[in-house]
Design a protein around this ligand. Structure first.
Ligand code: CO
Length: 213
């Protein structure tokens, strides 16, 4: 059995050749610098590739993906990505992008044990609990899951805004907006949930930080 994944290397060679044919300097420019304006925090789901969905080229979007696009305050991986994107790359926009039909979100609605991942999904269950009244009243299972996906995005937008990294950026006067979007796997379209936050004034007082004294 050929397990060297030859077809992927063939695809890759073809792609590199196409890119160079369109713009002979394409890779030269990328080597010189990456200058993305956006940080995409999305689900690891294979159906939600950041660049393709938004028509962005390599170099145009910095990406962090995990199961169910969760931003946890002790997750050094995600926090490091946010810090690098904000402080070094100087991105102007962070978008948290969920998607309808998210398997992670659906799993968090069940009582089944899945193993290690249950520790990750617990963050989602906490969100469900906070919105239990609203969610339990949606009787259609798919609709309830979809709303839960939206509420998760909104929660994660706030989590991004509450990080010391984003708070410090706003204090420095850095232009930075955090958006909440959701992607429809069924139609390929992104919907803006209109929960963008661009300054500490948009945050609940509890989470507004002043300078260290
Ligand atoms: Co997902």
């Amino acid at each position: 059995m050929d397990n060297s994944l030859k077809h992927l290397f063939e695809n890759n060679q073809q792609w590199a050749a196409d890119m160079t044919a369109k713009d002979p300097d394409f890779f030269k420019k990328l080597v010189a610098q990456q200058n993305p304006k956006y940080l995409w925090i999305g689900c690891a789901d294979s159906r939600v590739p950041a660049n393709q969905i938004t028509g962005l080229m390599p170099g145009e979007v910095f990406v962090h993906r995990n199961i169910a696009n969760v931003v946890v305050h002790t997750d050094l991986n995600c926090l490091s990505v946010i810090q690098y994107a904000v402080e070094v790359l100087g991105v102007k926009h962070i978008m948290v992008v969920g998607h309808y039909g998210c398997g992670g979100v659906a799993a968090a609605m069940q009582n089944k044990e899945f193993g290690l991942i249950d520790n990750w999904l617990r963050h989602l269950k906490d969100i469900y609990r906070e919105h239990q009244d609203e969610l339990d009243h949606i009787h259609d299972h798919t609709e309830r899951g979809d709303r839960f996906c939206e509420l998760n995005v909104i929660e994660q937008v706030h989590n991004v805004c509450h990080t010391t990294i984003v708070q410090a950026a706003w204090r420095r006067g850095q232009e930075l907006t955090v958006h909440g979007w959701i992607y429809g796997v069924r139609n390929g379209l992104i919907k803006d949930l209109k929960v963008s936050i661009a300054s500490p004034d948009d945050l609940q007082a509890l989470y507004r930080m002043t300078e260290k004294s």
